[in-house]
Design a protein around this ligand. Structure first.
Ligand code: TYM
Length: 342
């Protein structure tokens, strides 16, 4: 019988879907900034969930291109392929294999309670929602559990999926014997939900109908500054953090604070007595510099597709070393006869 995985450094895992032409500022602050910070102390696995991306209508050529853009942007964000495994989900077949096993212990009602599925399927009507969209959180659980991950850095919108993952891990361990590490979500409250600049009560999202309120990491300096300067702000004029009465200005303060690593109170003080306009121009310049430099790095990386292919292949090799051990253990615990050595 295969043994439990050997001792290892604590593991961190996360992924971000290649379903838009670019990641956005919400992805960066909600997730990528944490991914980069955690690679110091954790054995890190970061991946591009291309299998998840096909659960909604999509174009294969575009998916391929977006996967490269995603890889380049994750490297530009600071994911270091020397320390972290960076890979495409479809390169590691164990994700889908484990998802099938987990689907046998997931309740139909349990999966139906996932709010992201309910929101997404409500948008297009239940007939247009695919079965893949419904089982999506089970694949996500497999993504996490196949690496015995301890921590999962995500934004607030993924909390429920990590909770389901924990439940499935505990259920499997209970029924079949200790097998999975039960992971914890790693959610940084201050940036767990960055809001749309034009609708500061909805989250910033790559699938938004208009990108006027979404700062894409491929925006030019000019586009980014303009989006910030035109952000919807609230009545009143004081630059003050108050999510209920001033959701617009509070969102901008969160972005300013995340970008400069300065506390919000200090920024409020700096802009005390000044109008929203001054603050927005200052933040617009900061965001423009950030996005501009990010775009330059991304374009350079995208110019060398062969190198991106090599990075992803190396990442997949590292990932499979770990994933294959877990899958072997799971298959054994599940009662599958293991192939005899020849
Ligand atoms: P996805 O691709 O929608 O988003 C990638 C990451 O960005 C975070 N995020 C945000 N954070 C703050 N403010 C926002 N406006 C914002 N928008 C997005 C998300 O919370 C996420 O952390 N199901 C996942 C992808 C996935 C995954 C996984 C994640 C597949 N398998 C395993 C972790 C572990 C998703 O759709 O995220």
């Amino acid at each position: 019988m295969p043994s439990m995985p050997a001792d290892h450094r604590p593991r961190v895992l996360s992924g971000a879907q290649p379903t838009a032409d670019s990641y956005h500022l919400g992805n960066y602050f909600g997730a990528f900034k944490q991914w980069v910070a955690l690679q110091d102390d954790f054995e890190a696995f970061y991946f591009i969930p291309d299998l998840h991306a096909i659960t909604v209508d999509y174009d294969p050529g575009l998916l391929r291109e977006r996967t490269y853009i995603a890889a380049a942007q994750l490297l530009a964000a600071g994911v270091d392929p020397e320390r972290s495994a960076l890979f495409a989900q479809s390169h590691v077949p164990e994700h889908a294999q484990l998802a099938w096993v987990l689907s046998g212990i997931t309740g139909f009602g349990e999966a139906g309670r996932m709010t992201q599925f309910k929101d997404k399927s409500a948008k297009g009507g239940s007939d247009s929602a695919s079965v893949g969209l419904f089982t999506y959180p089970i694949l996500m659980a497999a993504d996490i559990l196949i690496y015995q991950a301890d921590r999962v850095p995500v934004g607030e919108d993924q909390r429920q999926h990590v909770e389901l993952t924990r439940n499935l891990a505990q259920r499997f361990n209970h029924r079949f014997g200790e097998t999975f590490t039960v992971p914890e979500a790693h959610i940084v409250k201050a940036t767990a939900k960055i809001y749309d600049l034009q609708d500061p009560t909805s989250k910033m999202s790559g699938s938004a109908a208009s990108h006027a309120g979404v700062v894409d990491l491929t925006d030019t300096r000019k586009q980014a500054a303009k989006k910030i300067r035109s952000a919807m702000t609230d009545s009143g004029s004081e630059v003050h953090f108050d999510v209920v009465d001033k959701p617009g200005i509070s969102n901008l303060l969160s972005i300013y604070s995340a970008l400069t690593d300065r506390p919000i109170a200090e920024i409020e003080k700096e802009f005390a007595g000044q109008q929203y306009g001054h603050f927005k121009v200052a933040l617009g310049d900061l965001v423009a510099d950030f996005v501009g430099a990010f775009g330059d790095r991304t374009r350079e990386l995208l110019d060398d597709r062969a190198e991106l292919d090599r990075v992803l292949a190396r990442g997949a090799d590292k990932a499979r070393e770990v994933a294959s051990v877990t899958l072997d253990l799971v298959y054994d615990r599940s009662g599958f006869v293991r192939p005899a050595a020849r």
